[in-house]
Design a protein around this ligand. Structure first.
Ligand code: HEM
Length: 183
């Protein structure tokens, strides 16, 4: 093995490790928030601070992994799908394009869901401010109105449920790739 092949091998392995770690953290966090916090916020057992904090932390996980996943994924495409038309002409390529699309949609859905929650408190918050801050729990204190956790849960529910469906589809897609769907 030439030195340069060896370095590329380590880089590809490293990209896989960070990619899979990020994918597991993001999909797992999403499913856990939906399973463990949404019903409890809806029935009022979980206070609004705890629910908002969970949603904000899910947003932060979404944004951090939202950098790592496309960067590592693009590198993996560059290494594994040359020429690029293999993405459009092979079954593994379709699975990767599906992964990319599901990632994009799920990102948007999580962002919008938490934005809708924040607008219950700060109706006029703009995109720029929201992108910089997310929905930190201390915004509840300074907000124009103070909705209860059940209200916040009902606003977030469609977005969180859609995110959990997308997370499951992403995991199925990743499993197909891991299980070695033939090209
Ligand atoms: C920008 C979005 C993404 C891109 C461009 C992308 C791209 C890729 C590529 C090229 C591979 C290697 C496929 C192969 O072995 O032939 C891969 C594998 C994988 N991806 Fe993604 N991905 C993205 C998002 C995600 C997300 C959101 C998840 C969350 C579940 C995920 C989970 C995985 C896993 C677990 C594997 C390993 C599958 C295996 O064992 O081969 N990816 N991805």
């Amino acid at each position: 093995m030439s030195p340069s092949t060896g370095r590329n091998g380590v880089l590809l392995t490293t990209a896989f490790v960070f990619h899979v770690l990020s994918g597991a953290l993001w999909t797992g966090a999403t499913l856990y928030v939906v399973y463990a916090t949404l019903p409890r916020a809806a029935d009022g057992t979980l206070g609004r601070e705890a629910f908002v904090d969970a949603a904000h932390r899910l947003l932060m996980v979404t944004r951090w992994t939202g950098v790592v996943l496309p960067v590592t994924g693009a590198y993996m495409i560059w290494r594994l799908y040359a020429p690029l038309e293999a993405l459009a002409t092979t079954r593994r390529g379709w699975a990767v394009l599906a992964m990319l699309s599901l990632w994009g949609v799920m990102n948007g859905v999580v962002e919008l869901g938490v934005l809708r929650m924040r607008r219950e408190v700060d109706p006029n918050v703009g995109w720029g401010r929201y992108m910089a801050e997310g929905f930190p729990v201390d915004r509840l204190a300074g907000g124009a109105s103070v909705p209860g956790s059940a209200r916040l849960a009902s606003v977030a529910r469609p977005y969180l449920l859609a995110s959990s469906v997308l997370a499951v589809l992403l995991l199925v897609d990743a499993a197909l790739l891991a299980g070695g769907v033939p090209g």
